[in-house]
Design a protein around this ligand. Sequence first.
Ligand code: PAF
Length: 284
Amino acid sequence: MIVVSEIQELKNIITDWKKAGLSIGFCPTMGSLHAGHLDLVERSKKETNKTIVSIFVNPTQFNDPKDFENYPINTNADLKLCEEKGVDLVFLPDVKTMYPETKTPILLSIPELQKHLCGRTRPGHFEGVLQIVSKLFHLTEPNKAFFGLKDYQQFRVISAMVKNLNFPLEVVGVPTRREEDGLAMSSRNVRLTEKHRETANLIPRMFALANKTILGGERDIHLLKEILRDFLLTGASVRIDYLEVVDPENLQPKEKLEGEVLLALAVFVGEVRLIDNQIISIQN
Ligand code: PAF
C-alpha cells in the first residue's frame, strides 16, 4: 500500500494508473475508520481497479471549533485497516497542503438542498464539504466515488454538485453499517460514555417506532414527529438538533405522509452529535 501526503506525488501515481488504463475508486474519509468505511472500500475494490482512501479531518466543514478539536484521530490504526483491506493508496495530506491559499476562499453551495436538516443547523458545513470534496476529486480523478448513506444529505449535495459541474465520475451511495443494536456506525461513537452509548440506542428504536406507527395507520406528520420526539426525550441526556420528514429527492419538508419519505434526525447524546436517517415507503 502506498501512503502519500504530497499532491505532486499523488498526481504522478494517478497519471501512471490512467496511462495503464486502470479505473480509480475513491473513498474520502476523515479517518477513525470503522466497518462502515470498510464497506466503501470493499465496494470500490469490487467495482474499480485501484482504490484510494483519503484521510483528512477537514477544518472548513466544522461550524463548531470544539467539535473539530474533539474529532477522533487514529491514523496508525487507520493505515493498518486500509492495508488489511487491500487499499492501493492512502492520501494523507495536512491542512497546509489542502488549503495553501486562505485569502480568497471559494464557497460552493447548493442552497435548495441545504435549506433543511444539517444544512440548516450547521451553517457553512456543506460549503466546507463541497470545497474539500471537489478539491479531492480533482486530485484523485476517480471514475467512481463512494459515500455512506448515513450522511444522506451529504450524498445528495455531492451528487448534485457532480452532475451540475460535470465532474466526470459516478457518485455511489453505500448503505449504512449498523452496530448489533441498530445504532449507525460513526467515528463519533467512540466519544460516547458507556451510559450515553446505551441512551444512543433510542435512535434505532425510534426508527422502529416510526415504522410501527405508520404501519398502524398514522398519517399526520406533526403527530408522528411529536410521538418520536417524546420517545427520544425519554433519554435524560438527549437534545434534539432536528427531526424532520422530507422528500428524499429534493430534501424539502413533506406535507403529507405518502409515497417515499426520508425520516432524518440529528441528536446530541451528551456532547456527541449523532445523525441517522431512513427512507420509508408509505402505502396509502
Ligand atoms: O463524510 C465525511 O467523512 C466527510 O464529510 C468527507 C466526505 C470525507 C469530506 O471531508
